[in-house]
Design a protein around this ligand. Structure first.
Ligand code: AMP
Length: 269
């Protein structure tokens, strides 16, 4: 596995693979890799000849009061996991490589970015969309892999790709969870054992919502009722929305950690 820092290095490294018709897969991440990220790498490995992992903590998708400074960073550990997962190229650029001096062009998603996370985190999807387009331009992947854990992000990226006519297929992969049901997240490491136990109310509530939906009842009410039983967390939202299909999504704050999760309200094919 090669570790590359610049767009020029990536283009050069991929030129040969591309000229021989190899399919290139990109898995964009902010690092602090866990089994959720590895599942995306496995999916990329399964359908692409060359797998590129990008590792970039994107300042543009963090709000001023958010956790950019404390976001976990562990490039050495990430490189080890990436190599074990069969990554060919690890692209870990400096901020200036993605946002050079006087950078001043942004991708602003429309309606799809205006509710849920778009309200809770103003500017977040503008940062996500812009960095994805930057990465797609550098890597020119045939496929890019994203987790349904961030369901609205998937919907935003698909919209951007469709609207701008970008030649990349967006592949959405299922959410990977701890044995106890908590969706894996780089931010879970901030949870104490007690907070982790409290956070489990979120996947429990979403499952209750899914069960209610299947029984013909209101999933939001059922999920809310379950969350209200847990005084240790603050609910930011629980909502039924269309994110690439009907989805029950929730966001909660436990201690100083914000967690999001969702379930699809249709059976997976
Ligand atoms: P992040 O590093 O948090 O920006 O995530 C990078 C990619 O991994 C995104 O496409 C996420 O949706 C995906 N991802 C994060 N957590 C999980 C998970 N638990 N299961 C599946 N994909 C995930």
């Amino acid at each position: 596995m090669r570790i590359l820092r610049t767009a020029a290095e990536v283009r050069e490294a991929l030129a040969e693979a591309r000229s021989s018709g190899a399919a290139v897969g990109l898995v964009p991440t902010m690092g602090a890799l866990h089994a959720g990220h590895v599942s995306l790498l496995d999916a990329a490995r399964g359908s692409c000849d060359t797998v590129v992992l990008s590792l970039f903590v994107n300042p543009a998708q963090f709000g001023q009061a958010e956790d950019l400074d404390r976001y976990p960073r562990d490039e050495a550990g990430d490189a080890e996991m990436a190599a074990a997962a069969g990554v060919d190229l690890l692209f870990a650029p400096a901020i200036e490589e993605i946002y050079p001096d006087r950078f001043d062009t942004w991708i602003e998603p429309g309606k799809i970015g205006t509710f849920l996370e778009g309200v809770a985190r103003p500017g977040h999807f503008r940062g996500v969309a812009t960095v994805c387009v930057r990465l797609f331009n550098i890597v020119e992947p045939n496929r890019a892999f994203f987790g349904r854990k961030d369901a609205q992000q998937v919907a935003v990226v698909k919209q951007v790709v469709r609207d701008l006519g970008l030649p990349v297929e967006i592949v959405a992969c299922p959410t990977v969870r701890d044995a106890d049901g908590l969706a894996l997240s780089s931010r879970n490491r901030f949870l104490s054992a007690e907070e982790h136990a409290v956070a489990l109310a979120l996947p429990r509530a979403l499952q209750a919502g899914l069960a209610a939906h299947r029984a013909g009842d209101d999933p939001v009410r059922a999920a809310r009722r379950m969350l209200d039983l847990e005084p240790g967390l603050r609910v930011e939202y629980v909502a039924e929305v269309d994110l690439d299909g009907p989805t029950l999504a929730g966001a909660v704050v436990v201690g100083s950690t914000r967690l999001i999760d969702n379930v699809r309200l249709i059976e997976e094919a």
